[in-house]
Design a protein around this ligand. Structure first.
Ligand SMILES: C[S@@+](CC[C@H](N)C(=O)[O-])C[C@H]1O[C@@H](n2cnc3c(N)ncnc32)[C@H](O)[C@@H]1O
Length: 238
Protein backbone atom coordinates (compact mmCIF):
# COMPACT_ATOMS: atom_id res chain seq x y z
CA UNK A 1 0.00 0.00 0.00
CA UNK A 2 2.80 2.38 1.01
CA UNK A 3 4.75 1.38 -2.11
CA UNK A 4 1.71 2.01 -4.29
CA UNK A 5 1.19 5.47 -2.78
CA UNK A 6 4.86 6.32 -3.20
CA UNK A 7 4.78 5.25 -6.86
CA UNK A 8 1.66 7.29 -7.43
CA UNK A 9 3.22 10.38 -5.83
CA UNK A 10 6.42 9.96 -7.86
CA UNK A 11 4.47 9.71 -11.10
CA UNK A 12 2.43 12.79 -10.08
CA UNK A 13 5.75 14.66 -9.75
CA UNK A 14 6.81 13.46 -13.20
CA UNK A 15 3.59 14.79 -14.75
CA UNK A 16 3.81 18.04 -12.85
CA UNK A 17 7.18 18.62 -14.56
CA UNK A 18 5.81 17.51 -17.93
CA UNK A 19 2.86 19.86 -17.62
CA UNK A 20 5.16 22.82 -17.00
CA UNK A 21 7.21 21.77 -20.03
CA UNK A 22 4.11 21.37 -22.26
CA UNK A 23 2.68 24.71 -21.04
CA UNK A 24 5.93 26.52 -21.88
CA UNK A 25 5.93 25.00 -25.39
CA UNK A 26 2.30 25.98 -25.89
CA UNK A 27 2.90 29.51 -24.59
CA UNK A 28 5.69 30.05 -27.12
CA UNK A 29 3.73 28.13 -29.84
CA UNK A 30 6.62 25.67 -30.20
CA UNK A 31 6.06 22.31 -31.92
CA UNK A 32 6.25 19.13 -29.84
CA UNK A 33 9.82 17.77 -29.85
CA UNK A 34 10.28 14.77 -32.17
CA UNK A 35 12.59 11.97 -31.07
CA UNK A 36 13.43 8.51 -32.43
CA UNK A 37 13.74 5.82 -29.77
CA UNK A 38 15.02 2.33 -30.53
CA UNK A 39 13.17 -1.00 -30.61
CA UNK A 40 15.23 -2.03 -27.56
CA UNK A 41 13.59 0.86 -25.69
CA UNK A 42 10.08 0.00 -26.94
CA UNK A 43 10.64 -3.65 -25.96
CA UNK A 44 11.60 -2.64 -22.41
CA UNK A 45 8.63 -0.35 -21.98
CA UNK A 46 5.84 -2.03 -23.93
CA UNK A 47 6.79 -5.72 -24.03
CA UNK A 48 8.26 -6.41 -20.58
CA UNK A 49 11.81 -6.49 -22.02
CA UNK A 50 11.09 -9.66 -24.01
CA UNK A 51 13.66 -10.55 -26.66
CA UNK A 52 13.38 -9.10 -30.14
CA UNK A 53 12.60 -12.56 -31.57
CA UNK A 54 9.80 -13.19 -29.07
CA UNK A 55 8.19 -9.79 -29.67
CA UNK A 56 8.33 -10.22 -33.44
CA UNK A 57 6.80 -13.71 -33.17
CA UNK A 58 3.92 -12.32 -31.08
CA UNK A 59 3.27 -9.56 -33.60
CA UNK A 60 3.28 -11.75 -36.70
CA UNK A 61 0.13 -11.22 -38.78
CA UNK A 62 -0.95 -8.21 -36.72
CA UNK A 63 -1.39 -4.55 -37.62
CA UNK A 64 0.40 -2.17 -35.25
CA UNK A 65 0.15 1.62 -35.22
CA UNK A 66 2.68 3.82 -33.39
CA UNK A 67 0.88 7.09 -32.62
CA UNK A 68 3.29 10.02 -32.29
CA UNK A 69 6.12 7.97 -33.78
CA UNK A 70 8.30 11.06 -34.34
CA UNK A 71 11.58 10.32 -36.13
CA UNK A 72 11.58 6.56 -35.49
CA UNK A 73 10.92 5.63 -39.17
CA UNK A 74 14.27 7.21 -40.11
CA UNK A 75 16.29 5.10 -37.66
CA UNK A 76 17.34 1.57 -38.61
CA UNK A 77 17.12 0.15 -35.06
CA UNK A 78 13.57 1.48 -34.43
CA UNK A 79 10.52 -0.73 -34.02
CA UNK A 80 9.14 0.75 -37.26
CA UNK A 81 12.18 -0.40 -39.27
CA UNK A 82 12.72 -3.75 -37.57
CA UNK A 83 9.03 -4.70 -37.96
CA UNK A 84 9.16 -3.60 -41.61
CA UNK A 85 12.18 -5.85 -42.20
CA UNK A 86 10.27 -8.79 -40.74
CA UNK A 87 7.16 -8.17 -42.84
CA UNK A 88 5.00 -6.92 -39.97
CA UNK A 89 2.25 -4.45 -40.86
CA UNK A 90 3.54 -1.49 -38.82
CA UNK A 91 2.49 2.16 -39.32
CA UNK A 92 3.92 5.37 -37.88
CA UNK A 93 1.52 8.27 -37.28
CA UNK A 94 2.73 11.82 -36.76
CA UNK A 95 1.17 15.07 -38.06
CA UNK A 96 4.64 16.33 -38.96
CA UNK A 97 4.76 13.91 -41.92
CA UNK A 98 1.96 15.95 -43.54
CA UNK A 99 4.34 18.91 -43.85
CA UNK A 100 7.12 16.76 -45.28
CA UNK A 101 9.15 16.09 -42.13
CA UNK A 102 12.79 16.75 -42.97
CA UNK A 103 15.77 15.50 -41.01
CA UNK A 104 17.96 18.31 -39.73
CA UNK A 105 21.33 18.05 -37.95
CA UNK A 106 19.60 18.74 -34.62
CA UNK A 107 17.26 15.77 -35.23
CA UNK A 108 20.23 13.43 -35.41
CA UNK A 109 21.38 14.76 -32.03
CA UNK A 110 17.88 14.23 -30.59
CA UNK A 111 17.75 10.63 -31.84
CA UNK A 112 21.17 9.90 -30.32
CA UNK A 113 20.21 11.63 -27.05
CA UNK A 114 17.25 9.27 -26.52
CA UNK A 115 19.29 6.17 -27.38
CA UNK A 116 18.63 5.58 -31.10
CA UNK A 117 21.92 3.98 -32.19
CA UNK A 118 21.03 2.84 -35.71
CA UNK A 119 21.76 4.31 -39.10
CA UNK A 120 19.71 7.47 -39.69
CA UNK A 121 18.49 8.15 -43.21
CA UNK A 122 15.99 10.56 -44.76
CA UNK A 123 15.52 7.95 -47.52
CA UNK A 124 14.90 5.02 -45.18
CA UNK A 125 12.83 2.24 -46.76
CA UNK A 126 9.13 1.90 -45.92
CA UNK A 127 8.34 5.60 -45.44
CA UNK A 128 5.05 5.06 -47.32
CA UNK A 129 3.81 3.66 -43.99
CA UNK A 130 4.30 7.05 -42.30
CA UNK A 131 0.92 8.71 -41.93
CA UNK A 132 0.74 12.50 -41.52
CA UNK A 133 -2.36 12.88 -39.35
CA UNK A 134 -3.30 13.65 -35.75
CA UNK A 135 -4.09 10.88 -33.30
CA UNK A 136 -7.83 11.60 -33.42
CA UNK A 137 -8.18 11.16 -37.19
CA UNK A 138 -6.60 7.79 -37.95
CA UNK A 139 -7.08 6.67 -41.58
CA UNK A 140 -7.80 3.04 -40.68
CA UNK A 141 -11.04 1.11 -41.09
CA UNK A 142 -13.17 0.28 -38.07
CA UNK A 143 -11.82 -2.75 -36.20
CA UNK A 144 -8.74 -3.08 -38.40
CA UNK A 145 -5.91 -2.51 -35.88
CA UNK A 146 -4.55 -5.02 -33.33
CA UNK A 147 -2.24 -2.84 -31.27
CA UNK A 148 -1.68 0.90 -30.78
CA UNK A 149 1.53 2.06 -29.11
CA UNK A 150 2.16 5.62 -28.03
CA UNK A 151 5.40 6.69 -26.39
CA UNK A 152 5.92 10.18 -24.96
CA UNK A 153 2.87 11.81 -26.49
CA UNK A 154 -0.39 11.25 -24.58
CA UNK A 155 -0.19 12.73 -21.05
CA UNK A 156 3.42 13.80 -21.71
CA UNK A 157 2.41 16.40 -24.33
CA UNK A 158 -1.35 16.05 -24.78
CA UNK A 159 -3.00 16.58 -21.41
CA UNK A 160 -6.20 18.35 -22.34
CA UNK A 161 -9.02 15.96 -21.38
CA UNK A 162 -11.26 16.81 -24.34
CA UNK A 163 -8.38 15.99 -26.70
CA UNK A 164 -7.69 12.74 -24.83
CA UNK A 165 -11.40 11.79 -25.07
CA UNK A 166 -11.40 12.37 -28.86
CA UNK A 167 -8.21 10.34 -29.26
CA UNK A 168 -9.48 7.40 -27.16
CA UNK A 169 -12.75 7.40 -29.11
CA UNK A 170 -10.72 7.10 -32.31
CA UNK A 171 -8.54 4.34 -30.82
CA UNK A 172 -11.70 2.45 -29.82
CA UNK A 173 -13.09 2.76 -33.36
CA UNK A 174 -10.01 1.42 -35.19
CA UNK A 175 -9.17 -1.39 -32.74
CA UNK A 176 -10.50 -4.88 -33.39
CA UNK A 177 -12.43 -6.76 -30.68
CA UNK A 178 -9.28 -8.04 -28.95
CA UNK A 179 -7.26 -4.93 -29.72
CA UNK A 180 -5.31 -2.94 -27.16
CA UNK A 181 -3.49 0.32 -26.59
CA UNK A 182 -0.21 0.71 -24.67
CA UNK A 183 0.81 4.15 -23.48
CA UNK A 184 3.94 5.33 -21.69
CA UNK A 185 4.52 7.45 -19.66
CA UNK A 186 1.08 7.64 -18.03
CA UNK A 187 -0.02 8.99 -14.63
CA UNK A 188 -1.75 6.86 -11.98
CA UNK A 189 -5.33 6.97 -13.22
CA UNK A 190 -6.70 5.53 -9.97
CA UNK A 191 -5.50 8.63 -8.12
CA UNK A 192 -5.93 11.07 -10.98
CA UNK A 193 -9.63 10.82 -11.79
CA UNK A 194 -10.84 12.71 -14.82
CA UNK A 195 -13.29 15.56 -14.42
CA UNK A 196 -14.30 15.42 -18.08
CA UNK A 197 -17.47 13.34 -18.58
CA UNK A 198 -16.64 12.51 -22.24
CA UNK A 199 -13.26 11.15 -21.16
CA UNK A 200 -14.81 9.12 -18.34
CA UNK A 201 -17.39 7.67 -20.77
CA UNK A 202 -14.86 6.55 -23.36
CA UNK A 203 -12.48 5.15 -20.72
CA UNK A 204 -15.32 2.89 -19.52
CA UNK A 205 -15.12 1.09 -22.86
CA UNK A 206 -11.67 -0.24 -21.97
CA UNK A 207 -10.25 -2.54 -19.28
CA UNK A 208 -7.29 -0.56 -18.00
CA UNK A 209 -4.23 -1.87 -16.19
CA UNK A 210 -1.14 0.05 -15.14
CA UNK A 211 2.40 -1.08 -14.36
CA UNK A 212 4.80 1.27 -12.57
CA UNK A 213 8.21 1.70 -14.14
CA UNK A 214 11.32 3.71 -13.34
CA UNK A 215 15.07 3.49 -13.92
CA UNK A 216 16.80 5.60 -11.32
CA UNK A 217 20.04 5.75 -13.30
CA UNK A 218 18.28 7.05 -16.41
CA UNK A 219 15.41 9.24 -15.27
CA UNK A 220 15.29 11.34 -18.44
CA UNK A 221 14.48 8.28 -20.55
CA UNK A 222 12.55 6.28 -17.95
CA UNK A 223 10.93 8.72 -15.50
CA UNK A 224 8.77 7.39 -12.65
CA UNK A 225 5.44 6.73 -14.42
CA UNK A 226 3.08 3.98 -15.47
CA UNK A 227 2.84 1.92 -18.63
CA UNK A 228 -0.88 1.80 -19.23
CA UNK A 229 -2.64 -0.97 -21.15
CA UNK A 230 -6.19 -0.37 -22.40
CA UNK A 231 -7.98 -3.47 -23.69
CA UNK A 232 -11.17 -2.98 -25.60
CA UNK A 233 -14.03 -4.39 -23.49
CA UNK A 234 -15.91 -7.27 -25.05
CA UNK A 235 -19.47 -6.45 -26.02
CA UNK A 236 -21.70 -9.34 -24.96
CA UNK A 237 -24.26 -10.32 -27.55
CA UNK A 238 -27.18 -12.56 -26.62
C1 LIG B 1 8.37 13.17 -28.06
S1 LIG B 1 7.98 12.59 -29.67
C2 LIG B 1 8.01 10.83 -29.39
C3 LIG B 1 8.49 10.10 -30.63
C4 LIG B 1 8.64 8.60 -30.48
N1 LIG B 1 7.40 8.00 -30.05
C5 LIG B 1 9.74 8.24 -29.50
O1 LIG B 1 9.44 7.63 -28.48
O2 LIG B 1 10.90 8.58 -29.74
C6 LIG B 1 6.24 12.97 -29.80
C7 LIG B 1 5.74 13.04 -31.24
O3 LIG B 1 4.32 13.18 -31.23
C8 LIG B 1 3.95 13.97 -32.34
N2 LIG B 1 2.61 14.54 -32.13
C9 LIG B 1 2.29 15.76 -31.61
N3 LIG B 1 0.95 15.92 -31.59
C10 LIG B 1 0.41 14.78 -32.12
C11 LIG B 1 -0.92 14.33 -32.36
N4 LIG B 1 -1.98 15.09 -32.04
N5 LIG B 1 -1.10 13.12 -32.92
C12 LIG B 1 -0.04 12.33 -33.23
N6 LIG B 1 1.25 12.69 -33.01
C13 LIG B 1 1.48 13.90 -32.46
C14 LIG B 1 5.03 15.02 -32.42
O4 LIG B 1 5.11 15.59 -33.72
C15 LIG B 1 6.27 14.24 -32.02
O5 LIG B 1 6.99 13.80 -33.14
Amino acid sequence: MFERRLQSKLSALTFHGMKINADVYEYFSLPVISTGRSFAYYRKIFFGNRSQREVLERLEGKRIVDVGCGLTPYVSDSMFQICRKHGIDFFGVDPKFADGLRLRPLDVAKIRAVGGRGKISAQAPGLEKCVGVHADELPFDDGSVDLILSNFLLYAWIQDETSLANIYREFHRVLNASGEVRIYPAPDLDMDRSRNSDLREVMKKFDITQRFSVRWLNLAKYPPAYMMTMKKKQVLTT
